[in-house]
Design a binder for this molecule. Structure first.
Ligand SMILES: [Mg+2]
Length: 331
């Protein structure tokens, strides 16, 4: 395949980018020239979606374009960064113009919404694989990391967990849902909304944060491991949608909420003395984080789960394996 035939970045992506003033030179040269704000640090995240591992042929290409950007912005959000620039590496089995039109629409919609822009990319021929690198920035020293939690900090979730997992189960025919619920959870699976504004609001308030890509237990486990602490979680506080609670029994709903991934909510910890700052910071937003437990001393990464005041058995499976064999857990 000739280079010309495969210079699709220009055809489908370059002309649709809005410009940011900090992009001195975007797509079209050997590299982009970017001007970070003074006194800011860069935060860089990369995520790959592979057909047969992270999605299958039934996934709409517009959803793939949306999701590959959204999952990267979710990582930036978890660090408290403002998303700025994206680069795209696209490996395609063949040139399919309908696919590219839909994929690039999803890609542009979400990147425009969050004010970030594509500054470079590459296309090659091979098994369908989509990699995006997102570059964000934040004021020097203001990043939120996984390792800052302290014993006594409160643990919050930014929204419902388990819906994307339920959506995946529904698209695979493993559960039957009423039409209204089905549409909502499949939408959440395919078009996740990263918590970009929340992440930036949490600078100086959250002691640690992570986004929920692999399931609450797995991801909160990462945060606790990095902080060398444990947690107690009150499952009565776990935010679950009606789609879950009206469709499956309590134990199953909790398992979805705790172990299914792809929700892209933020899980973060807040010291007691900053809880008022959190309420103030979010008073005029639609986000109402739920406190689900507390950081405690104990075996790093371990969690005590309780329901109605009774210990609740930890599910054996710590994170769903979406399609097929073990794959690298995204960080
Ligand atoms: Mg992450």
């Amino acid at each position: 395949m000739s280079v010309d035939e495969f210079s699709l970045i220009d055809e489908y992506f370059a002309h649709r980018q809005h410009s940011r003033r900090d992009v001195e030179l975007g797509i079209g040269d050997d590299g982009a020239i970017l001007t970070p704000a003074a006194q800011h640090q860069l935060v860089v995240a990369t995520d790959t979606l592979v057909e047969g591992v992270h999605f299958d042929r039934t996934t709409p290409p517009r959803a793939l374009g949306h999701k590959v950007v959204a999952v990267n912005l979710s990582d930036l959000a978890a660090m408290g960064a403002e998303p700025c620039w994206l680069s795209l590496a696209l490996t395609l089995p063949q040139i399919d113009h309908d696919w590219l039109t839909d994929f690039s629409s999803g890609f542009h919609e979400v990147s425009r919404y969050y004010g970030c822009t594509l500054v470079g990319g590459d296309t090659t021929k091979g098994p369908l694989t989509i990699t995006v690198t997102a570059h964000g920035q934040l004021p020097n020293g203001r990043a939120i990391t996984r390792h800052g939690a302290k014993a006594g900090d409160w643990i919050y979730l930014s929204g419902n967990v388990g819906d994307a997992g339920l959506g995946l189960a529904a698209t695979q025919g493993r559960v039957q849902l009423p039409a209204a619920h089905l549409q909502r959870v499949v939408e959440k699976l395919h078009y996740p909304h990263p918590r970009v504004a929340l992440g930036q609001s949490l600078r100086g308030i959250a002691s640690a944060a992570i986004d929920i890509s692999d399931g609450l237990l797995a991801d909160l486990g990462h945060l606790l491991q990095r902080s060398q602490l444990a947690a107690r979680i009150d499952l009565n506080e776990l935010p679950l949608s009606l789609a879950l609670t009206e469709t499956v029994d309590t134990d199953t709903a909790l398992r979805y909420g705790l172990t299914s991934g792809d929700d892209y909510e933020l899980c973060f910890t807040v010291p007691e003395e900053r809880r008022g700052m959190l309420d103030t910071a979010l008073a005029h937003t639609a986000v109402k984080p739920i406190c689900i437990g507390q950081v405690i001393g104990g075996r790093p990464g371990s969690m005590q789960l309780s329901l109605d005041g009774q210990a609740w058995q930890m599910p054996e499976q710590r994170g769903f394996n979406h399609f097929g064999d073990d794959h690298a857990v995204s960080e």
